[in-house]
Design a binder for this molecule. Structure first.
Ligand code: ZN
Length: 277
């Protein structure tokens, strides 16, 4: 079964990194003019800015702040590195609080050469260490499983099954999961694991884009919805069946799209969203 076509952009959210060349003001105005309803803010878009005022600017533009990207990178070979990571994550929680972003997406981290099990233990320890700060700030944390091609240095959590295991073990209403189709579309257990994620109340965010063939850059060649092989409607059907009713977040890192006209790109995003997501 596949989900019915989307009729409007009332649940469309865009990540600021998708239109990376734009300042926060430019993005806010353009998204709002295009009928986009949500925005996920990447930390670099806030560089050197007053955080509280930035949050106000976005809300004044009619945008709902969906999440802040990103925290995480908990593992470290040395204890000092792991402690630095906790300090940085506590800073991100403060930023989310000041921005009034309800959710922080966690790219959990990994250390090349360190066993993945060990990194996963350090990730769990890290999340549990910052959890009281997140709870006090009223901010939730979303573990984002990353495609296994990033298991060397970006995340030791590579399947939704692993993310479900961890979220269920931590067992806090402040910790859940971000499902990103780019990372998870290939997984034969995806439908089952999405259902499990929803059943435990852990499905907090849904990220979309497409997987191009060939992919010319492992990080910066994501496709626009409909340009690749990800069964977007099918996955949305599973996500909706799991009870998710939040925003559909367009997160596209693409050197080639960043080089083009961002207004034209935004137009293409809204069209592709309605046609293919
Ligand atoms: Zn994502």
């Amino acid at each position: 079964m596949t989900a019915a076509p989307l009729r409007d952009t009332s649940r469309l959210c865009i990540h600021t990194v998708t239109t990376k060349p734009w300042s926060l003001e430019e993005a806010a105005q353009a998204y709002s003019n295009a009928g986009v309803s949500g925005i996920t803010v990447w930390r670099d878009a806030l560089e050197g800015r007053d955080i509280t005022a930035s949050g106000q600017l976005l809300r004044d533009s009619g945008l709902e702040i969906i999440s802040l990207c990103r925290g995480g990178f908990f593992p470290g070979a040395a204890k000092a590195e792991r402690e630095d990571s906790l300090t940085d994550n506590r800073r991100i929680i403060e930023i989310a609080h000041d921005l009034e972003a309800p959710l922080i997406v966690l790219v959990c981290g990994a250390v090349p050469g360190q066993p993945l099990e060990q990194s996963r233990t350090q990730i769990r320890d890290g999340i549990e260490a910052i959890l009281p700060d997140a709870e006090a700030a009223g901010v939730r944390l979303a573990i984002e499983p990353l495609h296994p091609m990033y298991a060397d240095n970006r995340s030791a959590i590579n399947t939704l099954g692993q993310a479900n295991d961890m979220a269920e073990a931590i067992d806090s209403s402040s910790v859940g999961i971000a499902v990103d189709v780019y990372h998870l579309w290939w997984d034969p257990d995806l439908e089952t694991e999405i259902a499990r994620c929803g059943r435990h109340g852990n499905l907090l965010a849904y990220h979309i884009c497409d997987w191009k063939t060939p992919t010319t850059d492992l990080l910066l060649d994501r496709g626009l919805m409909g340009e690749g092989c990800i069964p977007l409607r099918r996955i949305r059907e599973w996500v909706e069946a799991a009870g998710f009713s939040g925003h559909h977040e367009v997160e596209i890192f693409s050197k080639s799209y960043w080089e083009g006209d961002q207004h034209e790109f935004l137009n293409n995003i809204t069209e592709a969203y309605l046609q293919h997501s």
